[in-house]
Design a protein around this ligand. Structure first.
Ligand code: KIV
Length: 348
């Protein structure tokens, strides 16, 4: 009962802290009941992002793949929560983003949607789910909203077929975030995770492709791994916000990968993939490692769990009855174990 009331109390606290989520990609002036107009404590909408951008207020975006990280982003007041296909690398341990499937992404999306009530939720279309046809792209985007509980999708690249796909998805009523510069899903043709826009023709391409995505109706564009002056050019020419990652300070907003910014990846393999541009705001991996070593040590030494972490008591009278029952059942060894345990617990 005590446990139950604690859980109930905690749930009430969380309910108050995290307002109930409402879809955010619906216009503010709705004809029917449904999402309420935004107040500072409610969901972030495209209109809210537009306002921020107009005022020159920086937009914050962080990736999230599960319920706990989503709650953290929500509590921290991050504007956009991106369920990135980077999950393939930082959660599933792959070397690239290519292997993750739409079904796997949907599991991440649903967990995040349960945890983040305020940020705008954007789900990545994974590799292989939007390149074949506009029909395929629209169908995948619909699943991200319908089954994943996201507000918008993100897709990579701005080749003519991608721009057509982006346009078709917007026309289907789904908000689209573009992504140019380094597009990790194109690793095969890029020949590795290489920065883009480092010569004039490549720099022009970054600006042109961002403009093409704006033309297609995207509400924002991620600029990944391009020199700061190139990002500055794109940001000044676009009417929609640019969200930079490894693109310097002149973007309308910034995005980082959750695991990278928290320094969660202390394993040498993971350290290898933490990008150079990522500032580590913490070394959570070290904290986790220290805690696990301490737990291991205490279990081996027998100091955990001590009396403080053995909360479930049994009265002396009940122990007596229990001992009698065990003896009647012929379980003498178990009865001795009970007596020994009681004696040890009393000593502490
Ligand atoms: O998948 C991802 O995390 C991303 C960000 C790096 C923008 O696309």
């Amino acid at each position: 009962m005590a446990v139950f009331s604690h859980v109930l109390k905690r749930a009430t606290v969380l309910r108050h802290r995290i307002p109930h989520r409402k879809m955010s990609n619906i216009p503010e002036n709705t004809v029917y009941g449904g999402p309420k107009p935004q107040t500072p404590d409610q969901r972030i909408t495209l209109a809210h992002l537009k306002q921020k951008h107009k005022k020159g207020d920086p937009i914050t975006m962080v990736t999230s793949y599960d319920y706990p990280s989503a709650v953290q982003l929500d509590i921290a007041g991050i504007d956009i929560c991106l369920v990135g296909d980077s999950a393939a690398m930082v959660v599933h341990g792959h070397d690239t983003t290519l292997p993750i499937t739409l079904d796997e992404m949907l599991v991440h999306c649903r967990a995040v949607a349960r945890g983040a009530k305020r940020p705008l939720l954007v789900g990545d279309l994974p590799f292989g789910t939007y390149e074949s046809s506009t029909q395929q792209a629209v169908n995948s985007a619909v699943r991200i909203l319908k089954e994943g509980g996201m507000d918008a999708i993100k897709l990579e690249g701005a080749s003519p077929s991608r721009v057509t796909a982006a346009k078709a998805i917007v026309e289907a009523g789904i908000a689209v975030m573009g992504h140019v510069g380094l597009t990790p899903q194109a690793i095969s043709v890029l020949g590795g995770f290489r920065p883009q826009g480092r010569n004039s023709s490549s720099a022009v391409k970054v600006v042109e492709t961002a403009l093409a995505l704006q033309e297609a109706g995207c509400f924002a564009v991620v600029l990944e791994c391009v020199p700061a002056p190139v990002a500055a050019a794109a940001t000044s020419v676009l009417k929609i916000p640019t969200i930079g990652i490894g693109a310097g300070p002149f973007c309308s907003g910034q995005v980082l990968v959750y695991h990278d910014l928290l320094g969660m990846l202390q394993h040498p393999h993971h350290a290898k993939v933490t990008p150079k541009f990522c500032k580590q705001y913490a070394r959570v991996g070290d904290v986790i490692n220290k805690a696990l070593l301490e737990l291991k040590d205490e279990v081996i030494k027998g100091t955990f769990p001590g009396p403080a972490h053995s909360p479930y008591k049994i009265s002396a009278a009940e122990v007596g009855g229990f001992l009698d029952e065990l003896k009647q059942m012929g379980l003498e060894t178990a009865a001795s174990a009970v007596a020994e345990a009681v004696e040890k617990m009393e000593k502490h």
